[in-house]
Design a protein around this ligand. Structure first.
Ligand code: HEM
Length: 140
């Protein structure tokens, strides 16, 4: 069903993709889930006033997952010839992503007061949900 030239309701299934593209989508979706779980854990602890200790795992594992998320997304965008200048859902997704990165960083900001951290945490989760919605419901 076409809404306009750029935004269409998605009917595509994972099985519509083959080879490298399907692999990238699997990697991307695995990273989406892992990234969300890590953020729920780290953000939840920060909002409870018990931030996780700064071990190398806590520092590098989320960075690694988020980098893989970005690289797999960029790889799919490359393969699908997507540009935020011509594809509206992709532009919306990238704008939401930038907002998410900024707000999620606030949650981890050590000197920020707890009530503000909690507001930032709730906002970041809402933005994450919006990114998933933009990617899966108004794409293609
Ligand atoms: C928090 C960050 C992100 C989340 C939660 C997210 C979520 C998703 C989800 C749920 C899908 C599956 C859509 C579907 O097939 O129904 C998807 C696909 C996709 N994502 Fe992401 N994504 C994120 C970051 C990125 C980034 C950084 C890029 C590019 C630089 C990107 C590019 C893509 C592309 C190109 C697709 C394939 C769309 C298609 O099949 O036509 N994503 N994303």
């Amino acid at each position: 069903m076409t809404l306009n030239n750029n935004i269409r309701v998605s009917h595509k299934r994972m099985t519509d993709y083959h080879g490298g593209m399907r692999l990238l989508l699997y990697v991307h979706l695995s990273c989406v889930l892992t990234s969300l779980l890590l953020f729920l854990w780290r953000g939840g602890m920060a909002c409870a006033g018990q931030p996780l200790k700064k071990t190398w795992q806590r520092r590098y594992v989320p960075d690694l997952v988020d980098s893989l998320l970005f690289v797999s997304g960029a790889g799919m965008a490359w393969q699908l010839h997507l540009s935020p200048l011509t594809t509206q859902w992709f532009a919306i997704k990238l704008l939401l992503l930038m907002a998410y990165i900024g707000v999620a960083a606030l949650v981890m900001w050590e000197t920020l007061a707890l009530p503000y951290k909690r507001i930032a945490f709730a906002t970041a989760l809402l933005l994450f949900f919006c990114i998933v919605t933009a990617a899966s419901h108004i794409s293609r």
